[in-house]
Design a protein around this ligand. Structure first.
Ligand SMILES: NCc1[nH]cc(CCC(=O)O)c1CC(=O)O
Length: 314
């Protein structure tokens, strides 16, 4: 029993790849440790017809995995940090974040090389209000329609001709061996990434010292610092992964630079804030960027979408 570690994961090819990657690194680190995967289906995977923003985006992809940890059916859960809500259930926490892969969005099309290459009335598939807001702000005549399902399903819908292009995370495509589908990587000016995009995190039971010790060496301090700042921004705005909030932090020596964005889904209004601060205070920087966005009026956008930011004064 003590030489065994069970990883809870969603069943999608991307999620399984991510869990296998953690399993591979743990076996390398601890020869003799028996690492197995517990594959689970989550509500986010089942409710594929409804836009995530309508069915309560927060935590849809992680709840069942957390329950497996609480029930003792698994020892760790591997998550895309992008899908992890700000708060954890009592007894659980996330202390390990792996080195980040590409944080950027990818433009994927069978006909066009970039958004600028498309006709003015092009049809884009994306279920992300963040991606929608940013592309609509640059190309107001585009139509963006919801596109759900795992990465493979979304690509199949593109290939069936339902859209001129779709936008996906570059990291997800790379991980499942489909980087050749990327026609253009969208940089931070073009499509500011989601909070935590490209990073994997490991959630555990906080009282499980054996497991904490086993996974501790997988933590990547620089990535962890950046994701802390991004998540503090998200916490300040009360955002989940399915609201038009973007945040991207970069570390430069002992300075941390964070950019944040809130937009209306139609791209009509885009609020941006950017600042840097000491790398040992990532939460302060994230909160400050959140405040700066609220001071510009971003709170109204969030309230109109049913996401009330916590009071400005605190
Ligand atoms: N919302 C689904 C999701 N969660 C994490 C990723 C990509 C992998 C990552 O961000 O690490 C994706 C797919 C996508 O956005 O294209």
């Amino acid at each position: 029993m003590t030489n065994r570690l069970r990883i809870a994961t969603r069943k999608s090819p991307l999620a399984v790849w991510q869990a296998e990657e953690v399993a591979r690194r743990l076996r390398e680190l601890h020869p003799g440790l028996e690492v197995t995967l517990v594959r689970m289906s989550t509500r986010g995977d089942q409710m594929l017809d409804s836009p995530l923003s309508k069915i309560g985006g927060k935590g849809l992809f992680v709840k069942e995995l957390e329950q497996a940890l609480l029930d003792g059916e698994a020892d760790i859960a591997v998550h895309s940090m992008k899908d992890v809500p700000v708060a954890f259930p009592p007894g659980l926490g996330l202390q390990v974040i792996l080195e980040r892969d590409s944080p950027f969005d990818a433009f994927v099309s069978n006909r066009y090389d970039s958004p600028a290459d498309m006709p003015p009335d092009a049809h884009v598939g994306s279920a992300s209000l963040r991606r929608q807001a940013q592309i609509m702000s640059r190309f107001p005549r585009f139509t963006v329609s919801p596109l759900r399902g795992n990465v493979n399903t979304r690509l199949a819908k593109l290939d069936a001709g339902e859209y001129d292009a779709i936008i996906l995370a570059a990291s997800g495509l790379r991980r499942i061996g489909l980087s050749e589908r990327i026609r253009a990587v969208m940089d931070a000016d073009e499509s500011l990434p989601a909070i935590g995009q490209g990073a994997l995190g490991i959630e555990t039971r906080l009282d499980d010292a054996r497991v904490q010790a086993l996974i501790g060496p997988l933590d990547h301090a620089d990535t962890h610092c950046c994701v802390r700042a991004e998540r503090a921004l998200n916490a300040r705005l009360n955002g989940g992964c399915q609201v038009p909030i973007a945040g991207y932090a970069e570390l430069d020596g002992d300075r941390l630079r964070l950019r944040g964005l809130v937009g209306t889904p139609d791209g009509g209004r885009i609020y941006r804030a950017e600042a840097d601060g000491p790398a040992d205070m990532p939460e302060a920087l994230g909160t400050a960027i959140g405040e700066a966005l609220l001071a510009q009026g971003a709170g109204e956008v969030l309230v109109s979408l049913g996401i009330a930011p916590p009071d400005v004064a605190h």
